[in-house]
Design a protein around this ligand. Structure first.
Ligand SMILES: Nc1nc2c(ncn2[C@@H]2O[C@H](COP(=O)(O)OP(=O)(O)OP(=O)(O)O)[C@@H](O)[C@H]2O)c(=O)[nH]1
Ligand SMILES: [Mg+2]
Length: 227
């Protein structure tokens, strides 16, 4: 069965959306080896059924917490067909950091812009069309607690499954050159072959301790590579 993961910051409405998508067809357990709750369900749209997983709420994929590690491992290892990135419309800027990382992990992202009612209360006027054009991603505005936008979200997931585009967000030329240099080394030395090499390169450049551990590399080595 096709897989869809719900990812986003804590408290953005993932579980409400998960319930709206899966209804009564749910299975609750634990992630392997830890006591963090894992919720799985089945969602149906047109002729397809897909398995939906509610990932723990996180701010980053650094894997410095158990929740971040669970979410990251799931996306890297299970490679869901679509990742629905639930974004809090009343707090867009902070939320989009996770979106950027999802794209770097080469996830097939659909943005669910939830809590549109709160955004409106705050006086935000979000131009969804333009945002979607800028990010090159499908965006579905929702008010999950009122079940508004859920059918549209299912539809967007359905179409994303069929198209599966890969989008790269480009940094400036200088940084792109450095990313490329690190990427070349990673590929040549067959480092973390299961991970997208661009994602690993960017995390190494960021100085991500968890990636240093996983790759047996260090800040010094990276500095040598790029100097
Ligand atoms: N106003 C408003 N509140 C919402 C909406 N969607 C969800 N909420 C509320 O937001 C809170 C968090 O919702 P959850 O679904 O638990 O959020 P979550 O992303 O699963 O949170 P974690 O599992 O902790 O990461 C709850 O109090 C919901 O009732 C919405 O569209 N509008
Ligand atoms: Mg939740």
């Amino acid at each position: 069965m096709r897989k869809v993961a719900l990812a986003g910051n804590p408290n953005v409405g993932k579980s409400v959306i998960f319930n709206a998508l899966t209804g009564a067809k749910q299975k609750v357990g634990n992630w392997p080896g830890v006591t963090v709750e894992k919720k799985e369900g089945v969602c149906r749209y047109m002729d397809v059924e897909f398995q939906v997983v509610d990932l723990p709420g996180i701010y980053s994929f650094t894997a410095s917490t158990i929740d971040e590690k669970i979410a990251r491992d799931y996306i890297i290892n299970e490679k869901p067909d679509v990742v629905v990135n639930v974004v809090d419309a009343s707090n867009i800027e902070r939320n989009l950091y996770l979106t950027l990382q999802l794209l770097e992990m080469e996830a097939n992202v659909v943005i669910c812009l939830n809590k549109m009612d709160l955004a409106e209360t705050k006086g935000y006027k979000i131009n969804v069309k333009n945002l979607s054009k800028e990010l090159k991603l499908p965006i579905v505005p929702t008010i999950a607690i009122k079940n508004i936008g859920i059918d549209e979200l299912k539809r967007a997931v359905y179409f994303a499954m069929k198209s599966k585009s890969k989008i790269y967000l480009k940094y400036n030329d200088k940084i792109e050159k450095i990313i490329y240099t690190i990427q070349e080394k990673i590929i040549k030395q067959n480092i973390l072959p299961d991970y997208p090499s661009r994602f690993v390169a960017i995390k190494l450049l960021e100085g991500d301790e968890e990636i240093f551990k996983l790759t047996n590399l260090s800040r010094e080595v990276i500095e040598r590579w790029i100097s």
